[in-house]
Design a binder for this molecule. Structure first.
Ligand SMILES: Cc1cc2nc3c(=O)[nH]c(=O)nc-3n(C[C@H](O)[C@H](O)[C@H](O)COP(=O)(O)OP(=O)(O)OC[C@H]3O[C@@H](n4cnc5c(N)ncnc54)[C@H](O)[C@@H]3O)c2cc1C
Ligand SMILES: NC(=O)c1ccc[n+]([C@@H]2O[C@H](COP(=O)([O-])OP(=O)(O)OC[C@H]3O[C@@H](n4cnc5c(N)ncnc54)[C@H](O)[C@@H]3O)[C@@H](O)[C@H]2O)c1
Length: 480
């Protein structure tokens, strides 16, 4: 006999787990959610929200510097203390309002570590050591991800920052070395440089943010370098140690000595702190996967209905094989909730563009990287489309060459590109790079998901003088 019986139990109350529980509960199912740390997950306290709270003031300041008349009015530097205080308002480590929201919604919150013990059974070990056994028709894994530590000698012993210490930093270190030039690395380089730190960014491949169009990485590289970030491409960190002490003031934060990182080109980088931003792995090593024949520590391979096993085990968010993005995790969560509900009613599941399939995962994953320039993209890059076997042609256009772009900022530096499937004459990918492009991505997402033929897109007239006029120029460049 279990302590609690519910229709669905979700392990992990990040943004994704919360959405599954809510979606299922709103349609009449009883739901419990297990959380070992903070309701709201990594995203709310250590990732999306605090990082964007740090980046927005830096972005705004950079924009003022490209506007004659305003640049002079906004003199001096960004007030880091005020930025950190505002970050705390968004992402203080207090989850009471999110916990209240769960109870208001009628979802049972179980605080503690959740583990699957057998099919349809989960045990929660509470912080005081007591346990609660939960029996559920459906079990959803939404445990998120944790940082990867690459093999660098000494890395375990230097108290390196992860995204958690970086996004929750109580002060700006005078210098920071970042291991990894992916999305976390470039965003944190932008934020901490903008807040006054000396930043070195070490990336082992030959470009930044390698999953984006190569030109996006090149523009970002140029911009970061111009802002004073020391970007080391095609470089690996081989060893790191922490040294110094009270007498080594220039290279330390207020509480510890600086780090000395050895790179494979033989040089050394000294900084107050080291941030590890070399990718993430699923938080599935200690959730009882072995009890149901699955490999602990692996991404849970879910099909398009988010199902992992039988008609009872589901995986969503960073713990699954889907895109590691909050909005995609929440999309999976809505699908998962609806599948769980449909199965509980014995209803048939729908097909490709129904509420029961994560079709966009294959065709239309959008992402915005909040650097300066911003990089926004959806769907395939040119290379990824070719790898997927599509016949494509890509065209690009400088956003600074449309009236809206040149008005937005002096010397506007950025471009847009589209990848067209020439067999179907539809857009399968788009990229926007430049100041204030974040909000331009969704129009492209609609075009990709809607599979809107180019001839029809010709009639989607962008307003003058907006940066969206680049759509018209892209279509003309393509030959319309
Ligand atoms: C620095 C940074 C910035 C980012 N910025 C963005 C962004 O701007 N936009 C974007 O879309 N994505 C962003 N991401 C990615 C985004 O944070 C993740 O995709 C998202 O948090 C995944 O949500 P989730 O609910 O799957 O996992 P999480 O947010 O990691 O939540 C999982 C929860 O499960 C809990 N948990 C784990 N194991 C157990 C267990 N056994 N029992 C009980 N509870 C458990 C954890 O404590 C956690 O609260 C960023 C990531 C980082 C690192
Ligand atoms: N704005 C956003 O949407 C946003 C922001 C931050 C993070 N995220 C998501 O969070 C996830 C994790 O981001 P991340 O940046 O940690 O991972 P990532 O996989 O995007 O980038 C890690 C980078 O580190 C590099 N790297 C790995 N090992 C290295 C080594 N030993 N030396 C030097 N470089 C090394 C890799 O080449 C890679 O480019 C991503 O999926 C990302 O999409 C999203």
């Amino acid at each position: 006999m279990s302590d609690l019986e519910v229709d669905v139990v979700v392990i992990g109350a990040g943004p994704v787990g919360e959405n599954v529980a809510d979606r299922a509960h709103q349609q009449g199912l009883s739901a419990a959610i297990v959380e070992s740390r903070l309701v709201g997950g990594e995203c709310s306290y250590y990732a999306c929200i605090p990082s964007k709270a740090l980046l927005r003031p830096v972005d705004l300041y950079a924009a003022t510097q490209r506007m004659p008349g305003v640049a002079q009015a906004v003199s001096g530097t960004v007030d880091a203390a005020k930025v950190l205080a505002r970050r705390d308002e968004f992402a203080g480590e207090d989850d009471s309002s999110q916990a209240d929201w769960l109870s208001g919604a009628g979802i049972t919150l179980l605080r503690g570590h959740g583990r699957i013990t057998s099919e349809r059974a989960v045990e929660v070990t509470h912080h005081d050591g007591t346990t609660t056994s939960v029996a559920a028709r459906s079990v959803v894994v939404a445990t998120g991800s944790v940082p990867v530590y690459p093999p660098v000698d000494g890395l375990d012993g230097v108290n390196a920052w992860t995204n958690q210490e970086a996004t929750q930093a109580k002060e700006v270190p005078d210098s920071l070395v970042i291991l990894g030039g992916g999305v976390v690395g470039v965003e944190m380089a932008t934020a901490f440089r903008g807040l006054g730190a000396r930043v070195t960014l070490v990336q082992h491949s030959d470009r930044l943010v390698p999953t984006t169009e190569p030109e996006a990485g090149r523009r970002l590289h140029a911009s970061l370098t111009a802002s004073g970030v020391d970007v080391r491409l095609s470089t690996s960190m081989t060893a790191v140690r922490r040294e110094g002490g009270p007498g080594d003031a220039a290279e330390r934060s207020s509480t510890r000595g600086g780090v000395v990182a050895t790179l494979d080109d033989g040089t050394e980088v000294r900084a107050a702190e080291l941030l590890v931003a070399a990718g993430r792995k699923p938080a599935t090593s200690d959730i009882g996967l072995d009890t149901v024949g699955l490999e602990p520590g692996t991404h849970l391979a879910a099909d398009d209905t988010t199902t992992v096993q039988g008609d009872w085990l589901y995986a969503v968010g960073d713990a699954s094989t889907g895109a590691q993005l909050t909005h995609m995790g929440k999309y999976q969560a809505r699908i998962c909730g609806d599948v769980v509900v449909a199965r509980s009613k014995g209803a048939e599941l729908g097909g490709r563009y129904s509420h029961h399939a994560t079709t966009a995962e294959h065709t239309a994953v959008p992402q915005v990287i909040f650097t300066d320039p911003q990089i926004g993209a959806v769907g395939h890059t040119d290379a990824a489309a070719r790898d997927a076997g599509l016949t494509v042609r890509a065209v690009s256009y400088e956003i600074g060459s449309v009236a809206g772009g040149s008005l937005q900022a002096d010397g506007y530096d950025g471009f847009a590109s589209i990848v067209v499937d020439t067999d179907r004459n539809v857009i399968v990918g788009a990229t926007f790079v430049g100041q204030d492009v974040a909000e331009m991505v969704h129009a492209a997402t609609i075009a990709v998901v809607g599979e809107v033929p180019l001839e029809r897109l010709w009639h989607a007239v962008p307003s003058f003088p907006t940066m969206s006029e680049v759509w018209l120029r892209l279509l003309e460049t393509y030959g319309l």
